[in-house]
Design a binder for this molecule. Structure first.
Ligand code: NAP
Length: 251
């Protein structure tokens, strides 16, 4: 675990004393003087054990630090902007109540929130809220994180959104891939997306989204595929046993 680089404040650093320490470590790993954006990765906190980012007890449960204080952490995040180590700051995986609390306290804007967001989990309420408050939303797992669904054995509950008939029909019309249609849908809703691919051709494809526009009827059809929280893939509970016991567990 020693060689893992973090460009968000990891759960084990989510305390006031962790902010500068982990950000400086990221800057050193990246060989940069500053970041453009630094996010608090999760609203919950793990114990900080050197060399073990996800420490577990004898029952395999994640070792939680229950003293999480978002406002105290945010104050330290703001200091990093003042010190020039990052230009902007934000959060990830926070729910609306947690975000509101930070917003009411912040003197440096919450520039961005990164959350799971895709066709089956469109986060309409959060997106609407952020639009009103001028916070940019970034969609992680924007293609539905198929590999992860398979790993969790949830393929029956969460069908592959890239094979959805509505998506396939629209893809055929524009001569685009399913991935391009779902990414374009997200962009047209004013949300940024960070698809991951290890395949150079797909990486190229996933950027090539700006030479077509979905019609309003098509947007509507895609909007209607939302399953709400049932569509969530990344629930954290599946890979951090016991994490839902944390008082700031967001879901
Ligand atoms: N903030 C957080 O808590 C958080 C949590 C989870 C993920 N993330 C971030 O979100 C990013 C993406 O999430 P993700 O990897 O979970 O899910 P994703 O981007 O929805 O899906 C990635 C999967 O889609 C495949 N894929 C990519 N482009 C494709 C295309 N054009 N056609 C067909 N398949 C395609 C990839 O396979 P190939 O590699 O074979 O192309 C990979 O299996 C990652 O960078 C990750 O760091 C953030």
């Amino acid at each position: 675990m020693k060689n893992v680089s973090f460009f968000q404040l990891p759960p084990s650093g989510n305390r006031p004393s962790g902010v500068e320490k982990f950000l400086k470590r990221s800057l050193a790993d990246l060989q940069l003087d500053y970041l453009d954006l630094y996010l608090i990765h999760t609203p919950f906190t793990f114990e900080d054990i050197e060399g073990d980012l996800h420490p577990v007890n004898e029952n395999g449960e994640i070792k939680l630090d229950l003293t999480t204080n978002h406002l105290a952490v945010w104050a330290e995040m703001e200091k990093q902007v003042v010190a020039g180590r990052t230009r902007a700051i934000g959060v990830s995986n926070f729910n609306i109540a947690q975000l509101t609390k930070v917003l009411n306290f912040a003197t440096v804007p919450v520039s961005n929130i990164q959350v799971e967001l895709h066709l089956y989990f469109q986060q309409k309420e959060l997106v609407e809220f952020c639009k009103k408050r001028g916070i940019a939303v970034t969609a992680y797992s924007p293609l539905g994180s198929r590999g992860f669904v398979e790993l969790l054995g949830k393929t029956d509950v969460l069908p592959d959104l890239l094979s959805n008939p509505v998506v396939l029909e629209i893809a055929k019309k524009y001569n685009k891939s399913s991935a391009q249609i779902v990414l374009r849908h997200t962009l047209q809703k004013g949300v940024a997306a960070i698809p991951k691919s290890t395949n150079p051709k797909r990486i190229q494809q996933n950027i090539n989204l700006f030479d077509f526009e979905l019609e309003s009827g098509e947007m509507e059809k895609l909007n209607n595929l939302d399953q709400g929280p049932k569509g969530r893939v990344c629930d954290f509970v599946s890979f951090f046993k016991g994490v839902a016991k944390h008082p700031e567990f967001p879901f």
